[in-house]
Design a protein. Structure first.
Length: 367
C-alpha cells in the first residue's frame, strides 16, 4: 500500500514536471521530431542595424543574437568570411558581403555569445546556418567551434542515417526532448561544405539536408514556395529527398547603383501574421504546397510583426512560455536606446561606392 502510494505520488510528480517542462518555449513541442516543427530564423542574424553599427542600412536585425534567442528565435544565419589582419594573419569573421563593408567581428566571439545562451537555457534546441562565403574547410570552421566551446552541444546525426558518405538527407530526426536529454542541442548547417572534416562531423552541408525557396524578392507579390536551391529540385522531388524546407520571407529594396538593402519600412506588412505579402500567408500557402509547414522560416527584423506569431500558429502553440518580450517596433536612430554592446564595425563610411556595389553583389549571391 505504502509503496504503491509512493509510486503513485512520484508518478504524479513526474507527470507534473514533464508537463511543465517546455522545449523551445512549449511543452507541446517536446515530443515532436526536430524536422516536424517550425523554427523561427533570423536572416543575417549577426548584421545589426543598431547603435553598434550606427544604424548601418545593410543591417538585417535590430537586436543581437542573445536578444533574438531569448525572444524565441531558434535558427540564426550569418556569412563567414576570411579576414586578413594588417600583420597578415588570417581570421574568420562574420561580414556582410565584404569585411570592408560590415564586419560583425570574429566567428568565435559570436559562437561564444550563443554558447553562453545555451549554457543558461538548457531546454532549447538551436540551429545555426553559416554561409561559407570564402569556402572555409570543415576543419577551419570546426576549430572556431572548439575554441568557443560550443561544440560540446553539437548534434551529430547517427552514423546509420549519416549522409556524409551517401550524400542523402537524414530521413529521421530525433525529438526535441531526446536532443535535450542528450544535451546535443545545436544543429549546424554550412552552405556549402565541400571539404567536411571527420573531426567535426556535426558540421552538416546545408543543401544535403535543406532546400530553400528564392530569397531575392522585392515586391510582396514575388514570394514563391518553389524550390530554388539546391538546383534541380521541384516540389515533388524536394519532398521525396527528405530535405527540410527553409522558407525565405524578406524583401530587398534596390537603391542607387543597384545596391540592395533590406526593405525595412515594409517589415510591418512582411512579418505580419496575415494579409497580402505577410509571413503568415506565405506559411499557409507553402504548407498547402508541401502538406506540412516549413521546418524553418527566415526573416529580417524578426521582432517586427512579431514574426513569432506565425511560427506559433504553425506549431499549434497557444501560449509560449519563457520568452523575453522585445518591442515589435521598427527601430531607428531617434527611437533606439543610446548604446548597445557588440559588433566592431570597420571601414564604415570609408568604403568607396565601388566597394559597396561589389559587396552588395556578393551579399545577394550569398544571401
Ligand atoms: C508531423 O506533423 C504532422 C502534422 O503537423 C503529423 O501529422 C505527423 O504525424 C508528424 N510526424 C511525426 C513523425 O511526428
Ligand atoms: C587573405 O589571404 C589569403 C592568402 O593568405 C588570400 O587567399 C585571401 O584572398 C585573402 N583574403 C582577403 C579578403 O584579402
Ligand atoms: C540503417 O541503414 C540501413 C541501410 O541504409 C537501412 O536499411 C536501415 O533501415 C537503417 N536503420 C535505421 C534505424 O534507420
Ligand atoms: C543520444 O546518445 C546516445 C548515446 O550516445 C545515442 O545512441 C543516441 O542516438 C543519442 N540520441 C540523440 C537524439 O542524439
Ligand atoms: C518596400 O516595399 C513596398 C512594397 O513593395 C514598396 O511600396 C516600397 O517602395 C518599398 N520600399 C523601398 C524603400 O524600396
Ligand atoms: C545584446 O543586446 C543587449 C540589449 O541591447 C545587451 O544588453 C547585451 O549586452 C548585448 N550582448 C552582446 C553580447 O552584445
Amino acid at each position: 500500500m505504502f509503496i504503491r502510494s509512493i509510486l503513485q505520488a512520484s508518478a504524479l510528480l513526474y507527470t507534473t514536471v514533464t508537463a511543465q517542462t517546455a522545449c523551445n518555449n512549449s511543452p507541446s513541442l517536446c515530443s515532436k521530431p526536430y524536422n516536424n516543427i517550425t523554427h523561427l530564423g533570423t536572416h543575417n542574424a549577426a548584421f545589426l542595424r543598431d547603435a553598434s553599427t550606427s544604424f548601418n542600412t545593410a543591417g538585417n536585425q535590430f537586436y543581437n543574437a542573445t536578444v533574438q534567442l531569448s525572444a524565441g528565435v531558434r535558427l540564426l544565419t550569418a556569412q563567414v568570411h576570411q579576414f586578413n589582419t594588417s600583420s597578415g594573419q588570417s581570421e574568420w569573421h562574420l561580414c556582410h558581403g565584404d569585411c570592408k563593408f560590415l564586419d560583425a567581428g570574429p566567428l568565435e566571439t559570436w559562437l561564444s555569445e550563443i554558447k553562453s545562451w545555451l549554457d543558461a537555457n538548457t531546454n532549447d534546441v538551436v540551429t545555426l546556418l553559416l554561409v561559407n562565403s570564402d569556402r572555409a574547410s570543415g576543419s577551419t570552421i570546426g576549430t572556431q567551434f572548439s575554441a568557443s566551446g560550443i561544440d560540446k552541444y553539437a548534434y551529430t546525426p547517427s552514423s546509420n542515417s549519416s549522409s556524409q558518405q551517401t550524400g542523402a538527407a537524414q530521413q529521421t530526426w530525433p525529438t526535441l526532448e531526446s536532443m535535450i536529454s542528450n544535451n546535443t542541442r545545436l544543429v549546424t548547417f554550412v552552405a556549402s561544405l565541400s571539404t567536411p572534416s571527420p573531426q567535426h562531423p556535426y558540421l552538416l552541408d546545408e543543401f544535403t539536408h535543406v532546400f530553400e525557396n528564392d530569397f531575392e524578392n522585392e515586391s510582396p507579390t514575388d514570394y514563391t514556395c518553389t524550390p530554388h536551391r539546391p538546383s534541380g529540385l521541384n516540389t515533388e522531388t524536394a519532398l521525396e529527398s527528405n530535405r527540410m524546407f527553409l522558407m525565405n520571407h524578406f524583401l530587398y529594396s534596390t537603391q542607387t547603383f543597384g545596391i540592395q538593402t533590406p526593405n525595412v519600412t515594409y517589415t510591418t506588412v512582411t512579418n505580419a501574421a496575415s494579409g497580402e505579402g505577410s509571413l503568415g500567408e506565405s506559411v499557409l500557402e507553402c504548407s498547402s504546397v508541401y502538406g506540412k509547414a516549413p521546418t524553418f522560416v527566415l526573416v529580417d527584423f524578426f521582432n517586427v510583426g512579431p514574426a513569432v506569431q506565425s511560427v506559433d500558429r504553425a506549431n499549434g502553440v497557444q501560449s509560449a512560455v519563457g520568452r523575453k518580450e522585445v518591442s515589435a517596433d521598427i527601430v531607428d536612430e531617434r527611437t533606439a536606446p543610446k548604446s548597445s554592446g557588440g559588433a566592431v564595425v570597420r571601414g564604415r563610411g570609408k568604403a568607396s561606392v565601388v566597394a559597396l556595389v561589389g559587396a552588395v553583389v556578393v551579399a545577394v549571391v550569398w544571401a
